[in-house]
Every structure is written in structure tokens, then in C-alpha cells.
Design a protein around this ligand. Structure first.
Ligand code: HEM
Length: 541
């Protein structure tokens, strides 16, 4: 194809005879681009086995597609959310393709659990691996459990896995309870009849960061301590926020450009990355000292201890490099608070919109907890609170795009459109991208009748660990922090429901419907979140 492109361009130039040079060069350039696009398009359609779908200039998750807002000709970063009502009806099936003819890889998008099981849930026999081209954002600090594959993943999982166990979940419960008490005291809620919270995320993100900080890393920050990264400009929470928001800049632009740029957000990004690095170094060094000064029976089993011990290993298959250690510290701090922080905020938004559902959950909280100290065993009895949390997470799945790449030629079985039995075999050549669109899955009428309705009763009798609930993914690569996040959320929501009614904080003259329109909408950073949620808590009598 390349030689036919240059042959055709040369022919064009001949025909342009006496025209100015710049015109000849421009025409040749356009000809090359057009011919290259045709060839890329043809190869792309072959790679997705002709599955119908979008034929667009740019891939939505790469440059420049990601920078251009969603519009009829460019799906953009938000299209899986913004077009969720039409994406899968438009092409007649809940698996479609996206073939960019200018920039980006051909990709299969699916909203079916059947294809999800064959790709993200496939275990060691799967023909799909984490997609290389999405990795730079995850790999900034070093290889880690979320980005790794095959042998490397097994090593990381063996090191980190033991930190996720029942005694840690019990600690999560106790710590959440303590932080709830600290929060009400520190924020001076105690004794107040009504509390106005302009941005629910201010409390949910703080809670989630403090819980993972304490239970995963042994940090001892209280509610009002604003943990500083090396005593500098941002708190740890702010630094993590900026690092996540600006990760595209950080992976694309060299440090010195961000450092000396006249643009403030670039300089803030540089500063936040530096602070994160210092913060992690400082805590790793402290942990090393602690390990060396104690005997083995006194040493804890939190994630940071396990990672630092793996880094100290010599001549062992489980040796972890400094980069791998930092990669995991960052990813666990980030995954451990961002996802939970957003999901708790959106859960509170739904509670405020559905007073009957809230009342029903309150009655359960009252009968299970009453006036006693809530304990870890209560968690399994608070199934109505759990169901509300699950249903909110179904509608706002924070891990929304699960991206894989075929590392060998393979075949997937794609379910036929709803109403038609059976599946169709689709050959998938090596290198093709496959994205499990969790928004698509969770709004798919194949699995959820009335998918747009907020109905926690769907999750009646579905336990904390059940894979019937898929927002934590499925199979061996499913979320490691599933129980961690769920225990924390059930504890926090139950305490809050026991003490307060949750209401939307309306603007003057605003109706609940208008509040819902304004607030209950997604924002995307690295994960899918919700816009700022303004609330009012009214103390129960
Ligand atoms: C509401 C909260 C959360 C949600 C919805 C969530 C969702 C997910 C999803 C969908 C994945 C699979 C990603 C993929 O395959 O590409 C995942 C993986 C992971 N999550 Fe979570 N997560 C949450 C909370 C947490 C917490 C609290 C932690 C840590 C304390 C955590 C740690 C991890 C890790 C380490 C992985 C990678 C597991 C592996 O590949 O072996 N997550 N999470």
C-alpha cells in the first residue's frame, strides 16, 4: 500500500505540471493522508471482523480525540456516558466496533457480560491482556498490580494479596466508625439540627483516603490533620487529585516544561507530582526503619509493610524493585480512595432523592444497630444499605472502561441481538483492542429491566462477595479492594442514616428534579465520578 501511495502521489505531481511548489507539496500531502486513511480504515474494519459501529477520525481515548468534546463526528472521552441511551441501539447489538481512519486503534466495545467473561474475566487462559497503549497513565510511578500481566501480575498479587483479609476488613469497619465520630466532632456537627454540606465529596474523599491510609499504610492522620506531602503546597488529598487530573500532561510533557511553564495548572501539576514522590519516599523510608527496629512478630501485615519487605528481599522471585514499590503505593492510594469517594457521594445523592428508600434503610439500621456501638458482624445484616450502595454503583460504575488487547489471534462468541437466541463467532486478530463498557453493561436491558430506574431491590439477597454484582469486575482480575470498599461504605452510610436524614441542598426556587438534572451526572477523570453533590443533613429526633 505504501508503494501505491507514493506512486499515486508522484502521478498527481506530474499532472500538476507548472503549478507553484507549495501547491504541489500540499496536494501530495493530502493525497498521502487520504490514501493512508483508506488503507487504515480497511485494515481496521478487518480487525473488528466487520462488526458494525462508529467510523470516525480519532480514537476517543487517545490524542487528539480525547481533547475534542463529544460531537457527532468525534465520540470523545465522554461518549460511553453521553450516548449511553443510543450507543447500543444504534448498531443493533450490544457489541459494536469503533474504527478510526486517522489516529488510533480499531476497537471492539461490548456491553455484554458474555464477552466480558471471555476477555476481562478469562484467567490465565485468556487471549487478552491489559492494553499497552492505555498503560502510560497507570505506569508513571512504576509497574503495579493494576497494570501488570501474566507472571509479573502473579508476583504482585502474591505480595499484595495477603494484606486483604478479614482482620483488615474488621479494622476498616472500626476505623470508619472512629473517623465518622472524629468527623462529626471536628466539623462541629454534634448538637446541630441541620448541617449544610455544599460538596459531599469533601467528606467522602477525605474519609476514603484516611481509611486506606490507616488500614493499608498505617498512616496516622486524624480528620482535621491535613496530611502534607513534605510540608509543601498541597495536602496529600489535593496532590493525589491534581496528579490524577493532570496525568495526561505528566505522561506527555517533560518535567521541565511543566515546572517552568507560565501556565499555572502545569506548574501545579509539576508540584503535585514532586510532592507525591516525596510523600511516598518519606513513608517508605519510615516503614523500612520500623521493620528493621522490630522483631518479626511485632511487624504488621499492612500493604506498605508487605511491599517494603518485598523490596528488601534479595535473590527472591518475589523481589520488588523501587519503581514497582512506588507504583503499587500510588495505585493503591489512588484506587483505594477515588473510586470509593465518588461512589459514596453518588449514593448520598440517590438517598436524598428517594426518601422512601432512605426511610426503609433507616428502619433496618435502627433495628440492627439501635443505640449500641455498631460492630463488624452487623455489616452482613445491613443488606438494605448494601443494596443502595450497589445500585448507586451500578448507575455510576467508577471503574467504567475495562480495556484489553488480544495478544494472539483469537475468536470470541458475541451474543446475538436481544430477542435472538445464540451467539456469533467473531475472529479477533492479535493487537485488536477490546473495551468492556461498564456503563453499557449496567444500563443493558438484557440484564437490568428498567435500567434507568434506581431500584436497590435488584440486589436483595446479593452478598458482598457475589459476582452477580459486576461493578468490581469479574474473574481473577476483579477488584482487590471490593470488600474493603464495601465494608467502609456500609459502615459510613449506616452511621449517617442512623443520625441524619439526607436531603438535596436546593438552590432558591429549584425543584428536586432540577437538582437531579444539575447534579446527578458523570464526570470522568481516571475513573467515572459524579459532579459536586450539595446536600443537607437533618438530625433525626
Ligand atoms: C467503589 C469502589 C471500587 C470500585 C468500583 C473498583 C473497581 C475496580 C475494577 C472495575 C477493577 C478492574 C480493573 C480492570 O480490570 O481493568 C478494579 C481493580 C482493582 N482494584 Fe478496585 N475498585 C474499588 C475500590 C478499590 C479499593 C478500595 C482498592 C484498594 C484498597 C482497590 C484496589 C484495586 C486493585 C489493586 C485492582 C487490581 C486487581 C488486579 O488486577 O489484580 N479498589 N477495581
Amino acid at each position: 500500500m505504501a508503494s501505491s501511495q507514493s506512486f499515486l502521489s508522484a502521478k498527481l505531481l506530474d499532472n500538476l505540471g507548472g503549478q507553484p511548489k507549495w501547491l504541489k507539496i500540499s496536494v501530495a500531502l493530502v493525497a498521502v493522508i487520504v490514501l493512508r486513511s483508506i488503507s487504515k480504515y480497511r485494515n481496521g474494519v478487518k480487525a473488528v471482523a466487520g462488526i458494525p459501529g462508529f467510523r470516525v477520525p480519532f480514537f476517543p481515548l487517545g490524542m487528539p480525540g480525547v481533547m475534542i468534546p463529544t460531537s457527532w463526528w468525534n465520540p470523545g472521552y465522554y461518549f460511553t456516558w453521553q450516548w449511553k441511551t443510543t450507543n447500543y441501539t444504534r448498531f443493533g447489538n450490544d457489541t459494536f466496533s469503533l474504527v478510526p481512519f486517522l489516529v488510533g486503534p480499531p476497537t471492539i466495545y461490548t456491553a455484554t457480560l458474555e464477552v466480558a467473561r471471555q476477555s476481562i474475566g478469562g484467567g490465565h487462559k485468556t487471549s487478552f491482556a491489559k492494553a499497552d497503549q492505555f498503560q502510560p497513565a497507570l505506569l508513571y510511578w512504576g509497574m503495579n498490580l493494576v497494570a501488570a500481566d501474566k507472571e509479573v501480575w502473579r508476583k504482585h498479587r502474591r505480595i499484595v494479596g495477603p494484606a486483604f483479609n478479614n482482620s483488615v476488613y474488621e479494622m476498616v469497619w472500626k476505623e470508619t466508625l472512629q473517623l465518622y465520630r472524629d468527623m462529626t466532632a471536628a466539623e462541629q456537627w454534634d448538637g446541630k439540627q441541620e448541617i449544610v454540606v455544599p460538596v459531599a465529596q469533601d467528606i467522602t474523599f477525605k474519609l476514603a483516603l484516611l481509611v486506606i491510609g490507616k488500614c493499608g499504610f498505617g498512616f496516622r492522620f486524624g480528620w482535621l490533620d491535613s496530611p502534607q506531602s513534605g510540608g509543601r503546597k498541597f495536602s496529600l488529598q489535593e496532590a493525589l487529585r491534581i496528579v490524577a487530573d493532570t496525568n495526561l500532561q505528566a505522561t506527555l510533557l517533560p518535567k521541565w516544561i511543566r515546572r517552568y511553564s507560565p501556565i499555572k495548572s502545569f506548574r501545579d501539576s509539576y508540584e503535585a507530582y514532586e510532592q507525591m514522590a516525596q510523600f511516598m519516599d518519606q513513608h517508605v523510608a519510615q516503614k523500612k526503619e520500623e521493620i528493621q527496629s522490630k522483631n518479626s512478630t511485632e511487624i504488621g501485615k499492612d500493604v506498605l509493610t508487605l511491599l517494603v519487605q518485598a523490596n528488601e528481599q534479595e535473590n527472591s522471585k518475589l523481589k520488588m524493585s523501587k519503581e514497582e514499590l512506588l507504583g503499587n503505593v500510588f495505585i493503591l492510594l489512588f484506587a483505594g480512595h477515588e473510586t470509593t469517594g465518588h461512589t459514596l457521594a453518588v449514593t448520598l445523592a440517590f438517598l436524598s432523592l428517594y426518601p422512601d428508600i432512605q426511610e426503609d434503610a433507616y428502619q433496618q439500621v435502627k433495628s440492627v444497630i439501635g443505640n449500641k456501638e455498631p460492630n463488624f458482624e452487623d455489616c452482613n445484616k445491613l443488606d438494605k444499605v448494601l443494596a443502595i450502595f450497589f445500585e448507586s454503583l451500578r448507575l455510576f460504575p467508577s471503574g467504567h472502561l475495562l480495556m484489553r488487547e488480544a495478544w494472539e489471534d483469537t475468536v470470541i462468541q458475541v451474543p446475538n441481538p436481544i430477542g435472538q437466541e445464540g451467539t456469533t463467532s467473531v475472529p479477533v486478530p492479535r493487537g485488536t483492542q477490546l473495551i468492556v463498557d461498564m456503563v453499557g453493561v449496567h444500563y443493558n436491558p438484557r440484564y437490568f429491566p428498567d435500567p434507568y430506574e434506581f431500584k436497590p431491590s435488584r440486589w436483595q439477597d446479593v452478598g458482598i462477595d457475589s459476582e452477580t454484582f459486576t461493578a468490581f469486575s469479574i474473574g481473577p482480575r476483579a477488584c482487590m479492594g471490593r470488600k474493603f470498599a464495601t465494608v467502609e461504605s456500609v459502615c459510613f452510610l449506616s452511621c449517617l442514616l442512623r443520625d441524619f436524614e439526607v436531603h438535596p441542598l436546593l438552590n432558591a426556587g429549584e425543584t428536586k428534579e432540577q437538582w437531579r438534572e444539575r447534579v446527578v451526572d458523570a464526570i470522568f477523570v481516571l475513573t467515572l465520578g459524579v459532579k459536586d453533590v450539595p446536600l443537607r443533613f437533618v438530625r433525626r429526633l
